[in-house]
Design a protein around this ligand. Structure first.
Ligand SMILES: Nc1ncnc2c1ncn2[C@@H]1O[C@H](COP(=O)(O)OP(=O)(O)OP(=O)(O)O)[C@@H](O)[C@H]1O
Ligand SMILES: [Mg+2]
Length: 306
């Protein structure tokens, strides 16, 4: 059973008259990568700032390792590592000296740990280079290394791939997945980049206008039986009539001269035989998997999202 390391319960935030975070509740487990997804202005950064204690909540509770963020601040915050805006690094110092500098701010960070975090983010070879010579992706990774020096239970990254090129994004993705596994840390990544989140995360929470619309487990979904199939046949209209008579077909329609049918995978052989026995020429049957982007638009409606 996974350990719950971060829990938000009915968190609200008012700034003046505006209610910017509304009754937000979710939790994240050790070793899990959680995508915090939402359009600009949805409330991602505001939520993150409350989790890391940079802003106060108006009401509700946030627990890190069971410690309350405001009632037990010191113990709670010890469990958190975060990069909220840009990582604060010293460009004229080497990567190693940066790590050494930040290590001093925490008790018990050894030289071995410094080398270990450098290795975890793939900077071993560049660790004695000055940070000003680093690429943006390398700086981002050094920032991550700094924020995990003290073995946090929760690592929070606000838009970690902002400004990175595709190769840089791929690298960050690789290291984030590895960190979750090797350090058993819960990682929260905020983003508005849907495809990014889909590849990197185990679970997502979608926020819009300060409200959590849904959470979805992306890993479980992949194991599910696919329910929609696209069929290419010689005579779609004739096939449609036959399919409508079959009790195992939940729904069927024609789009772009192809049949879209909803059914269980187990029923496919019977459906195919029915078509063949009526001399319908069947060319292809393809499972139709909707992308996260399609599902995201279904969830929030595409009026506020570009
Ligand atoms: N200090 C503030 N005063 C008033 N309103 C604020 C303040 N900070 C944030 N807001 C409002 O709260 C809402 C949420 O903002 P937030 O920065 O959390 O969104 P976000 O999801 O991080 O967006 P983005 O993707 O653009 O970073 C916005 O409508 C914003 O205008
Ligand atoms: Mg933001």
């Amino acid at each position: 059973m996974s350990k719950e390391v971060l829990k938000l319960e009915n968190v609200n935030k008012y700034i003046g008259q505006s209610h910017i975070i509304k009754d937000l509740s979710f939790s994240v487990n050790a070793g899990e990568v959680f995508g915090f997804l939402g359009p600009n202005g949805a409330g991602k950064t505001s939520t993150i700032r409350m989790i890391v204690g940079l802003n106060t909540m108006s009401s509700g509770d946030i627990y890190i390792n069971g410690f309350h963020i405001s009632k037990d601040f010191k113990k709670a915050i010890r469990g958190v590592g975060a990069i909220v805006e840009n990582p604060e690094l010293y460009p004229f110092m080497t990567g190693y000296d940066n790590l050494k500098h930040f290590a001093k701010m925490n008790d018990g960070v050894t030289k071995e740990r410094i080398l270990e975090v450098a290795d975890l983010v793939g900077l071993t070879d560049a660790i004695h280079m000055k940070v000003k010579q680093y690429s943006l992706g390398m700086r981002q990774r050094l920032g991550i290394a700094v924020s995990i020096l003290h073995h946090p239970s929760v690592l929070i990254l606000d838009e970690p791939t902002n400004g990175l090129d595709p190769a840089g994004i791929k690298e960050i993705r690789h290291y984030i997945r590895m960190l979750a596994e090797k350090e058993n840390v819960a990682i929260i990544i905020s983003s508005h980049l849907l495809s990014e989140i889909e590849l990197m995360c185990d679970r997502i929470g979608v926020i819009k206008n300060g409200e959590l619309i849904t959470t979805q487990n992306l890993r479980e979904r992949n194991q599910n039986v696919i329910h929609t199939y696209v069929m290419k046949v010689a005579t779609p209209e004739a096939a449609l009539k036959i399919l409508k008579t079959l009790p195992t077909v939940n729904a069927v329609s024609i789009k772009d001269a192809q049949l879209y049918l909803q059914t269980e995978e187990a029923a496919l052989p019977e459906i195919i035989s029915a078509l063949v026995s009526h001399y319908i020429a069947l060319y292809t049957v393809i499972p139709h998997v909707s992308t996260l982007e399609e599902r995201f638009f279904e969830m929030i409606g595409d009026d506020t999202y570009e």
